[in-house]
Ligand binder design. Structure first.
Ligand SMILES: [Zn+2]
Length: 388
């Protein structure tokens, strides 16, 4: 048995406790959390919180760490990434995924929603204690390619162990026949993750069929699908394909607007807003509209995106960016970084909050000992108790 206390305990889903005591068994399961500070508990200077949940990563792109120029825009970014992909050996790529999982573990991440287009991350996942929700991603805007794209996804799903789902890449990158395949594939209690409003052009493409996305597809020699323009916002254009998903995880939302939020609120009771602010800064130099999102009782959660578009895989670093740029409390940030992420991935029966019966992993955040004047600029994270 282990008893720990700190200046503050942030349980993840409830108000912070000044002092307090967490009792854990040898497996790291929470036996009790009390408001009283036991005299015989191990004391840590700083803040204790549950292990972090990273709702969005592409670990298979880890080979691109520090390789791609920043703020080049999404088109140049895709071009540079494709070039790099061809120059790196499969062995180097596989090694980089193993390093990425180690990095996440050291940074206090206990669960990840990982996008897969290949089998590259499968071996690394077998040897990592991090819980994975494997999002097998499909795309293909040309209806004639549906069977080929779908069979590739089915093959990848069959090769992948553990929690998994087949999910769409983004509203603009799939034909309607491919979206139908995904809709029919969804099982109860699954999470459907999709990149959403990562660029301003996504809205224009659906509303008018013009703009940078239309130009990009034209330059690739792709025909504009017959349903474009829909004269509706992207999410509304696709609403019919999402109704069977238990949880809808919208990733990025850099250019989300009130109409999108209203549509999601009305049609999906269980929608989550995954923010990856460092990646948004890296690629486009923008940040999601947190002031719009944060006062509407929305379930916000955090992701790192990949090492192609981020200098590290650290949820604390994502919190720092939001802390620096917006008026947001530490309690909210920790809830987004832990409990909301665990709920988004359907892992909240075990992870995401310091509660009796859960094994969330216990982290210590330092350089911060009061809840009032909080500044995360130089904060560090340390794993006090692993999640497994
Ligand atoms: Zn992504």
């Amino acid at each position: 048995m282990r008893k720990i206390t700190a200046d503050y305990i942030y349980p993840g889903n409830t108000t912070p406790i000044k002092g307090g005591t967490i009792t854990l068994n040898e497996e790291g399961e929470v036996l009790n959390i009390s408001l009283k500070t036991d005299a015989d508990a191990e004391y840590f200077q700083g803040i204790i919180c549950p292990g972090f949940v990273n709702v969005h990563c592409h670990t298979e792109l880890s080979y691109a760490k520090n390789q791609l120029p920043e703020k080049s825009g999404i088109d140049q970014f895709i071009h540079d990434l494709e070039g790099l992909k061809r120059r790196i050996s499969e062995e180097e790529k596989a090694d980089s995924v193993i390093s990425a999982f180690k990095e996440m573990q050291e940074n206090g991440i206990v669960a990840v929603g990982d996008i897969m287009n290949t089998t590259l991350s499968i071996d690394a996942k077998k040897s990592s204690p991090i819980a994975c929700y494997n999002f097998i991603e499909v795309y293909g805007s040309q209806a004639k390619d549906t069977e080929r794209n779908w069979n590739h996804a089915l093959g990848l799903a069959a090769a992948t162990e553990g929690t998994k789902n087949i999910v769409p890449h983004a509203p603009y990158s799939l034909s309607r026949t491919l979206f139908q395949k995904i809709r029919d594939y969804q099982k109860p209690k699954s999470t459907l993750s999709i990149h959403h409003m990562e660029s301003e052009g996504e809205g224009e493409y659906f509303l008018k069929g013009t703009g940078p996305l239309a130009e990009r597809f034209k330059s690739w020699g792709l025909e504009q699908p017959p349903h474009i323009p829909t004269h509706k916002r992207p999410l509304e254009s696709l609403g019919e394909f999402f109704h069977t998903a238990e949880r809808l995880l919208l990733i990025h939302n850099t250019f989300i607007n009130q109409a999108d939020i209203d549509f999601a609120k009305k049609h999906f009771q269980n929608s989550f807003y995954g923010l990856c602010p460092n990646a948004n800064l890296y690629i486009e130099g923008d940040l999601p509209p947190l002031n719009l999102l944060k006062n509407q009782d929305l379930k916000i959660c955090l992701g790192t995106d990949s090492l192609a578009s981020n200098h590290q895989l650290s949820i604390l670093e994502e919190m720092k960016i939001l802390n620096k740029n917006f008026d947001v409390s530490l309690e909210e940030l920790i809830r987004w970084a832990t409990y909301n992420g665990a709920c988004a991935l359907g892992m909240n029966s075990k992870l995401g909050s310091i509660e009796k019966g859960k094994s969330p992993g216990i982290l210590l955040l330092q350089n911060k000992s009061t809840a009032k004047s909080f500044d995360l600029t130089n904060a560090s994270v340390q794993v006090i108790e692993p999640s497994v």
